[in-house]
Write a protein of this length. Sequence first.
Length: 166
Amino acid sequence: MQKTAGESARAQATTAYRERLSPSLWVLVSAAVVAPMAALVFAPIDTTVALVAGALLGVLFVALLIAGSPVVAVRDGMLHAGRARIPVGLLGEPVALTGDQARTARGPELDPRAWHVIRGGIDGLLVVPVTDSDDPAPAWVVSSRTPDRLAAAIRRSQAAARAASE
């Protein structure tokens, strides 16, 4: 069955932003070292078995790293960061940070009470204050390769939620 224009428009309307925080290329290359190590373990048994087992384990390890990466998304009026989610109506003005500002926000200025989804190798960072007084986390700190696009998606979703409530 083919997707119709209406189905694709609905899919775009529900998901304003989506990004998988996959590992950097260097992490994946480093993880691929599992293949020759596994091959060495099986080498005394048989070289063909060693090569096949090493290749399979290397591919499996890299695939697990990618599949286990958290997803950051703005859809259906919610900000999703990994397994956590929060309605955008409970969030304040998002602040997109890059470079030295992001490094400082991840380091000395990091609030331990905030909700964190921080990935190494991703420079951008989004800090979104939580306006709900009952929430123990004062903010969400989320890594993003395009923090400005993520901030814009949150703002659009907040505006849509305000318009729907009026």
